[in-house]
Each structure stands twice: as structure tokens, then as C-alpha cells.
Design a protein around this ligand. Structure first.
Ligand SMILES: *[C@@H]1O[C@H](CO)[C@@H](O)[C@H](O)[C@H]1NC(C)=O
Length: 309
């Protein structure tokens, strides 16, 4: 009996140690700065947004310049969009491939900005990704950025990302105050063991399986509250978070042609999955990527030699 107990304690200690092992580096990808992205929407893009499509842009200036950026209009006010993005505890119910998600540390600074550390476990066709993500929710700037929490070990080699939500500026909409414009961008570095078959499958199914979780969830909640005359309640206990990709039906129509899957000679190199739903694959040099499960769903995977090596 005592033996078993000791063994159990021993295993628990091993598990705890593993969890608290720092990541092997302190970040390889540049984090995104918070705030409104500098980008220009052409009139054809504005038309696509009106049609409910996902539009691909790139950051014009500043941190993140050249990185792919996804833009979408949702029929829900910004409060509703944030309510869903920050509901990390419910990601397993909302975001495809997320099997476990919880915040392990939440801190609100004096200026209202929140640091939200989230463990998110995803299962992508049997490949398990156990990541520790350090989100910063800049409420006053209506944006959320993230990096990995480098104090803990994650499966992904690196991930940085960004959300920005604004009241929809499209004055052609009669009920424009009920709409938001959402911007998303993400970069991802995937370790070499991730099987090519997983990557290929993702590439083929990316668009068909895209299910627009953020659009779906925010619009559904808003529509329900509107019908029942309810107000958005206070955000619940788990804090919020952000993640995932939203994708749009039809995103594929605007996505770049799939980049060829490049065979990797040197198995020690890392490769990066680029989110084509976000238009990332268009330029091989720009790796926008998904870090949330939702992302993987929309990711068109590109195997390539990491540029940073
Ligand atoms: C708020 O405070 C945090 C912590 O000191 C800081 O990182 C952040 O830049 C400050 N400003 C804003 C706009 O969040």
C-alpha cells in the first residue's frame, strides 16, 4: 500500500516536473504589437466582407509588417466577439480539435490589461499538441496578442498571434452597430516529428472542414440574446482568451493556390504550417499560421525548411 502510494507520488512529481520544464528557448518569432493593424482594404475586399467572406490582407507597417492578416465581418457587436474569444474554458466545445483548455494564471494590471496563461491541448488526427500560451488582452486597445509561455514546455516550437476587434465601419449596413470587424494573424513553428500525413490531410481538408467557430459562436450568442431581450452577461470565471481561427465559408475561393508540398531532405529541419485560409501560403516567406485547433482546420500546410535555421 505504502509502496503504491509512494509510486503514485513519484509519478505525480515526474508529471509536475515535466510540466514546469521551461521551453527550450525564449521565443523565435517576433511577437505582434497590440492595436489596430495598418492595412488597406480595396473596394473588392470590402465587397467580399459584405458577402460574409474572409479577406486576406497583410500588415503594411510596424511589427508584423508583411505578415498575413485575415479580416472578417461578424454579425455580433465587439463585446460578443470578445466574450467568445476569451471564453477559453469552453474552447473544447467551440473550437475544433481542442480537447482541453484552461487558464492556469490570470492577472489584471492596473491599466486594465490582462495577462492570461492558458494551457490548450489539441488533438489533430492523433497528433497531440499540448501548449502553454501567454495571452495579453489589451482591453483598451481592443486587441489580444500571444506568445508561448516560455516558462513551460509546449509541443509547438513557437507560436505568436494576434486578434483585433472593432465596431464594423461599413456604413452600408443598416444595422451596422450590431456588427464587428475582426482581424486575425498567427505564426506557428511545428516540430519535425509531426507526420507529413497529418500535414497533408490538413492541407486537403482545410477548407471543407473549416467551420468558422468564432463567427458561428458569436453570431449565435448574439442572435439568441437579441431574441430573448437579454444583455451580454458578465464574463464568467475562467477568464477569457483568444484563440482559434475563424474561417469563413468560401474562404478557399480567395485563398492562394496551394503551395506545393516540398519534400524535406533534412529531417532535422523544422517546418512551418501556414494558414492558407489566412492567405499565408501565398508567399512562402510569410508564415501566417494557426495556433489554435481552429487554425489547423484552416491551415494549408506547407512543409519547408525553416528560415530561421
Ligand atoms: C499596461 O500594463 C502592462 C503591465 O505593466 C504593460 O505591459 C502594458 O504595456 C500597459 N499598457 C497597456 C496599454 O496595456
Amino acid at each position: 500500500m505504502r509502496c503504491l502510494l509512494l509510486l503514485a507520488l513519484g509519478l505525480a512529481a515526474v508529471a509536475a516536473r515535466k510540466e514546469l520544464t521551461p521551453h527550450p528557448h525564449q521565443g523565435l518569432s517576433d511577437p505582434y504589437p497590440p492595436g489596430k493593424p495598418e492595412t488597406e482594404l480595396a473596394s473588392k475586399d470590402i465587397q467580399l466582407l459584405r458577402d460574409g467572406k474572409l479577406v486576406q490582407q497583410s500588415f503594411k507597417k510596424g511589427g508584423g509588417a508583411g505578415r498575413a492578416l485575415a479580416v472578417q465581418d461578424l454579425h455580433a457587436p465587439p463585446d460578443y466577439v470578445w466574450d467568445r474569444i476569451l471564453d477559453f474554458g469552453n474552447y473544447p466545445k467551440m473550437v475544433p480539435k481542442v480537447v482541453k483548455c484552461n487558464n492556469y494564471e490570470v492577472e489584471t494590471f492596473r491599466n486594465g490589461t490582462e495577462a492570461i496563461k492558458t494551457r490548450m491541448v489539441m488533438n489533430v488526427f492523433g497528433a497531440k499538441f499540448d501548449n502553454h500560451i501567454y495571452h495579453t488582452y489589451f482591453k483598451s486597445l481592443s486587441s489580444l496578442t500571444w506568445t508561448l509561455d516560455y516558462a513551460r514546455r509546449s509541443t509547438l516550437d513557437d507560436s505568436v498571434g494576434y486578434w483585433y476587434v472593432e465596431p464594423c465601419p461599413d456604413k452600408s449596413k443598416q444595422d451596422v452597430q450590431e456588427w464587428s470587424r475582426v482581424y486575425y494573424s498567427c505564426m506557428l513553428r511545428v516540430p519535425k516529428w509531426v507526420p507529413g500525413i497529418v500535414v497533408n490531410f490538413l492541407e486537403k481538408k482545410a477548407v471543407s472542414e473549416a467551420n468558422m467557430w468564432l463567427k458561428r459562436e458569436a453570431e449565435a450568442k448574439f442572435a439568441k440574446d437579441k431574441v430573448s431581450g437579454q444583455q451580454l452577461g458578465k464574463r464568467g470565471g475562467t477568464g477569457g482568451g483568444v484563440f482559434g481561427g475563424f474561417s469563413l465559408k468560401g474562404a478557399g475561393q480567395h485563398a492562394a493556390a496551394p503551395a506545393a508540398v516540398e519534400e524535406e531532405e533534412d529531417e532535422d529541419e523544422e517546418f512551418t504550417i501556414a494558414g492558407t485560409a489566412l492567405g499565408v501560403a501565398r508567399k512562402a516567406a510569410t508564415f501566417g499560421v494557426g495556433y489554435g485547433a481552429g487554425w489547423f482546420m484552416h491551415a494549408r500546410a506547407v512543409r519547408r525548411r525553416s528560415e530561421e535555421e
